[in-house]
Design a protein around this ligand. Structure first.
Ligand SMILES: [Zn+2]
Length: 569
């Protein structure tokens, strides 16, 4: 144990030993490294207390209280930050995302998002044609973040439209959310996939309904049939990977995130650990590993003796049950309204899911399964009922990633099984306008169902699923509180929650999802000093402007890592 850590443990032990017996004043002793004074500290503790000031020592919260109480902890070397009435909240936590893989994966691929200036199929064609002109014949072109609803045509390009831009180079583009891709004819040819190719297990090729011809769309595992013939991309070296990940995590910090719960493979985790070992990891990191890494993790002994500390921790394994909400391919029991006789796509069979999850759970893994639609949820719940009964475990905290289209029975079963859903935060706002014609306003009243879960006493958290939606957590809080689309249309208003409830989804509830509720998620004594200072008061600002609140400062482990107006380091 390092000297610094030993000291921290000493301080914590002293507090926990004397804590209950001492007066409040006596607890507040010592000299702080940092104090925040004259603010409105929204602690998100069990009583939803509001304080005026907070003191930090060795990266931990030394005290939270009135201005006078905290002033007594100021010494010669204490850094004093005068909040001048501004609001401070606990560091925000994104409970499910693909942030590091996005950071590493964006290198060398075309960004086809609206944010990158793509507004029509012609724009996509132009970007692809430009890339093709710079490549040799036969070299692959990859694009990401295409979003049909953000295109003027309100649809995806077909394989033939991609052929026009690139007849000689194979092309595959992924849509936002990642569960659906589109390939051109050259890509199908190189992969040996024709109209006679059967749909793979857990996947679908889009076909012309009359002729059966492939139209370019690839759902779920069908993408793998094309990708398997792509040469592996030139990997970033370790140093480069760590640098791009660091840059991305600093951007996260700028948005008020102090911890992300990411879905990773080995190279992303390696980059994060490299940063940690160099003392350069900006924010905390929680991890779900893809189920494909289960054997590797077991061989390394990471399941029985979980790996992690306050900064980086492996939490569970991720398994996929169905498609995506943004692609409108989630497996639902009632058909989509924008497409005839379409019920979404399952990405597994019940048999495969049962076998895989049973093996992982028996070995001691926590399960974090992606299930969006009610059809996928029913299958996941059936399997978890069986698994948890067969291998009972105290406080298992298995998760449901997204858990989007629910009904009262599903909520009841989730509560009974003690499962923890992490729902989309920003979706009702960011993707809302394309969801209304696909799902219908009635069904949207039971989607992203924050109100239903909270009323039932289910501990939900919220996520961006970045890059499926932007990562700023204030966009998520804004969406959950207002339930209005980007165009201003109400969307499933029955599921609205209060600002304090939404804050909890991004703080203490999120901490609970990774067994961190005693460590992070609120501004309370002995917890890690992860604090965000806001430019406006989130509790009193008009609710429809929450999304515009500036992040003034982000503090992680007692260290100011972002300050508005200062260059980010
Ligand atoms: Zn995801």
């Amino acid at each position: 144990m390092s000297t610094e850590k030993a000291l921290i443990y000493f301080v914590i032990t002293i507090f926990s030993f004397f804590g209950p017996a001492c007066s409040k004043k006596a607890q507040y002793s010592g000299v702080a490294d940092l104090v925040l004074l004259n603010g409105k500290i929204v602690t998100v503790d069990g009583n939803e207390s509001i304080a005026e000031a907070v003191a930090v020592k060795f990266g931990k919260i030394l005290a939270v209280g009135t201005r006078d109480e905290i002033k007594g902890l100021i010494g010669r070397d204490t850094r004093i930050i005068d909040l001048k009435g501004r609001t401070a909240i606990p560091g925000l936590i994104d409970s499910h995302c693909h942030i590091t893989s996005t950071a590493i994966g964006m290198i060398g691929v075309l960004d086809l998002s609206e944010e990158a200036g793509v507004r029509s199929i012609a724009d996509i064609q132009m970007k692809i044609a430009e890339r093709a002109a710079a490549l040799k014949k036969g070299e692959w072109i990859s694009g990401v973040r295409e979003d049909d609803y953000k295109l003027a045509e309100k649809r995806h390009p077909t394989r033939w439209e991609l052929d026009k831009a690139s007849p000689e180079n194979p092309v595959i583009i992924s849509t936002v959310g990642g569960h659906f891709s589109i390939a051109n004819s050259k890509a199908f040819e190189l992969a040996g996939v024709t109209r006679k190719t059967l749909d793979p297990v857990g996947g679908v090729f889009d076909r012309d309904l009359e002729t059966g011809e492939l139209t370019g769309g690839l759902h779920e595992t069908a993408r793998g049939l094309i990708r398997r013939v792509m040469p592996s991309r030139k990997e970033l070296n370790r140093e480069e990977a760590a640098e791009v990940v660091k840059k991305m995590l600093l951007e996260n910090a700028k948005a008020g995130l102090t911890c992300i719960y990411d879905n990773v493979g080995s190279s992303q985790l390696k980059a994060v650990l490299d940063l940690k070992n160099r003392g350069e990891l900006p924010i905390r990191f929680r991890v779900d590993f893809g189920i494909g890494h289960f054997q590797e993790m077991e061989n390394l002994g990471l399941i029985h003796k979980p790996f992690g500390d306050e900064w980086v921790k492996i939490c569970g394994v991720k398994f996929f049950f169905d498609g995506a909400i943004s692609a409108r391919t989630a497996a639902v029991s009632e058909p989509y309204l924008h497409r005839d006789n379409f019920y979404g796509v399952m990405s597994t069979t019940e048999e495969l899911a049962r076998k895989t999850l049973m093996q992982a759970y028996k070995a001691g893994c926590r399960i974090s399964a992606h299930a969006n639609g009610d059809r996928a949820l029913d299958m996941y719940l059936d399997i978890m009922e069986e698994i948890q009964q067969k291998y009972p475990r105290d406080d298992s905290r298995n998760r449901i990633i997204h858990c989007t289209v629910i009904n009262p029975e599903i909520v009841e079963r989730i509560k009974k099984l003690g499962l923890l859903p992490t729902i989309f935060g920003a979706y009702p706002y960011y993707h809302g306008d394309k969801l209304i014609p696909a799902f219908g306003e009635q069904r949207l009243q039971r989607m992203f169902a924050a109100r239903s879960f909270l009323d039932a006493g289910v501990v939900i958290s919220a996520n961006s699923d970045h890059d499926a939606s932007p990562f700023p957590p204030l966009m998520g809080i804004h969406a959950l509180v207002n339930r209005k689309t980007k165009a201003g249309k109400p969307i499933g208003q029955e599921q609205r929650i209060s600002v304090m409830e939404a804050l909890k989804l991004y703080t203490i509830n999120a901490a609970y999802h990774s067994f961190d509720e005693d460590l992070i998620g609120s501004i309370e004594m002995n917890k890690c000093a992860d604090i965000v200072v806001l430019g406006e008061d989130i509790l009193t600002v008009p609710q429809d402007s929450i999304i515009h609140i500036p992040i003034d400062m982000t503090i992680v482990d007692g260290k100011v890592i972002y300050e508005r107006g200062s260059p980010i380091s």
